[in-house]
Ligand binder design. Structure first.
Ligand SMILES: NC(=O)C1=CN([C@@H]2O[C@H](COP(=O)(O)OP(=O)(O)OC[C@H]3O[C@@H](n4cnc5c(N)ncnc54)[C@H](O)[C@@H]3O)[C@@H](O)[C@H]2O)[C@@H](O)CC1
Ligand SMILES: [K+]
Length: 474
């Protein structure tokens, strides 16, 4: 499990650990891990040109000490000191003793133009979003010359606790973070700004407590994927009912059912009008069409405006059974949901639900997913490159496995079927949403292999993804 914490909790853990250690120990641990990660990134130190950008806090100190270590290993390391009066003195002394030097402002442009790597030590967890002058001018040069950036702890300028980027910020290829993941490294747009994230263990583990945000990894997903036992039969494995598609949108029915049959349930029921029913029957002789008992429902994609279907959605939501509500179904939510409910909006749908602009949701994904979870008393899975799943009790999971080719028409319908299948097999909405999102993206990796895919390809790849995650044969 990848776990992320608020700045306050990380600071508290650091205080507790620091009280046990000689002064400066943590910074040296951080700098050592950072220097090793930079050397790996560069593919060797000797002769590499590295520019350290050091701000006024300990984040700059980490960057300068790491610069000193790289200089001792043969790199040519210079530093841009953003404020001479407030820079970390010990860091500057270490760098110059190791053969590095501090640049004069008229040398910045040439140094950055010739750099193999810029180390962003402008600001870390003590920063406010955005970049103050002269950091912004330095970033102009870095972007102009397209120099790769390794961010120290966090990409400077992001909101570390939310992943929001309300103002100018660094875009890194790699972020080397210390002690624990910060929430903003896992949630977009901050996650994208961070690039790859490498965690350096500085010993905070025992002091951290419960995480604020979690991201499942392959072994966590494998533990949670339902598997039948010898005593299982089709009903005990779970039955999922799918209410999707219409005369106009037949594809939504086929794709949502496609996701559901690819999941762990023993049986799928489909309930819908004649035309989509014909398509579903033709494709899956094993799907039972018509009403009947189920352990969970998937409702919503491609329903259109038919008032009778809206009533069906409301009736299902009132049943107390686990329900996944997607797309058109989201227009028929009650004032507050009762029972286990998983809502799966994309940004536009969540914006409409909450009465805000889509851009606002894009900018504040964690905030609005949490707000909707609290407002409707339901778990909210906000789709996107980094999926956010927020439960009404405050727990949050994000999915950081992301394949851009998965963003294709009908992909969400497949996701709804997969997550619904997991709900019917007994997972609660937070588990079903987070496991389903991981499975869906893993299917995307297998189906795509670097090229375009259709939603149908995605659904067909789900069983192979399931098998792979369980450690089965390829
Ligand atoms: N506290 C600890 O035990 C450890 C801290 N470490 C490092 O220390 C960092 C935190 O250090 P600090 O608390 O000194 O804080 P930072 O270095 O994150 O930054 C605080 C300084 O940046 C300035 N600042 C704030 N917002 C800014 C902005 N938008 N643009 C430019 N400057 C801005 C502030 O005026 C302040 O001087 C961590 O991110 C990590 O890199 C590591 O060495 C590991 C151990
Ligand atoms: K930084």
């Amino acid at each position: 499990m990848r776990t992320a914490y608020t700045v306050d909790r990380i600071r508290a853990a650091e205080q507790a650990l620091m009280a046990q250690l000689p002064p400066g120990t943590l910074m040296q641990r951080a700098a050592a891990g950072l220097a090793t990660a930079c050397a790996d990134f560069l593919g060797g130190c000797y002769g590499a040109e590295v520019v350290v950008v050091a701000g006024t806090g300990d984040n700059g100190g980490d960057a300068l000490y790491a610069g000193a270590r790289l200089a001792r290993r043969g790199a040519r390391v210079s530093a841009i000191v953003l404020d001479q009066a407030k820079v970390h003195r010990g860091g500057v002394a270490a760098l110059t003793t190791a053969g590095g030097w501090v640049l004069a402002p008229d040398e910045y442009a040439t140094a950055i133009a010739g750099a193999d790597l810029v180390l962003d030590g402008i600001v870390g967890i003590g920063g406010k979003p955005g970049l103050r002058p002269p950091a912004d001018r330095v970033l102009d040069l870095v972007e102009e010359h397209a120099v790769p950036v390794v961010a120290v702890d966090v990409p400077s300028g992001i909101d570390v606790d939310t992943g929001e980027t309300p103002a100018r910020h660094v875009r890194a290829e790699l972020t080397v973070t210390f002690g624990a993941h910060k929430i903003g490294l896992l949630v977009d747009p901050g996650a994208t700004a961070a690039g790859l994230v490498h965690l350096v263990d500085i010993g905070l583990g025992p002091y951290l407590g419960e995480p604020d945000v979690e991201a499942l990894q392959a072994d966590d997903v494998a533990e949670r994927l339902p598997e039948p036992s010898r005593a299982s039969h089709k009903y005990s494995r779970g039955v999922v009912g799918v209410v999707a598609g219409s005369e106009q949108y037949t594809g939504a029915a086929v794709l949502a059912v496609g996701g559901a049959v690819a999941g762990p349930v023993g049986m799928v029921r489909y309930v819908g009008p004649p035309e989509p029913t014909r398509y579903v029957r033709a494709r899956w002789p094993d799907v039972v069409c018509g009403e009947g008992r189920v352990q969970a429902w998937v409702v919503g994609s491609g329903l259109g405006d038919d008032p009778a279907r809206a009533d069906e959605v409301r009736r299902i939501l009132a049943s107390g059974l686990p329900v996944l509500v997607d797309a058109d179904g989201l227009r028929h939510l009650p004032e507050r949901c009762e029972g286990p409910v998983l809502l799966t909006p994309h940004e536009g749908e969540l914006a409409r639900l909450l009465g805000v602009e889509r851009e606002a949701v894009t900018a504040r994904r964690l905030h609005y997913a949490r707000a909707a979870a609290a407002r409707w008393n339901a778990t909210v899975l906000l789709k996107g490159a980094t999926t956010v799943v927020a439960a009404p009790d405050g727990r949050v999971r994000v999915n950081t496995v992301s394949v851009p080719w998965v963003a294709t028409a009908g992909s969400g319908d497949v996701l709804s079927g997969v997550c619904g299948s997991l709900l019917a097999a007994g997972l609660d909405p937070l588990e079903a949403g987070s496991v389903g999102a991981y499975l869906h993206q893993t299917a995307g990796v297998l189906a795509s292999r670097g090229g375009p895919i259709t939603a149908d390809d995605l659904a067909r790849a789900v069983p192979a993804a399931y098998r792979m995650l369980l450690g089965g044969d390829e």
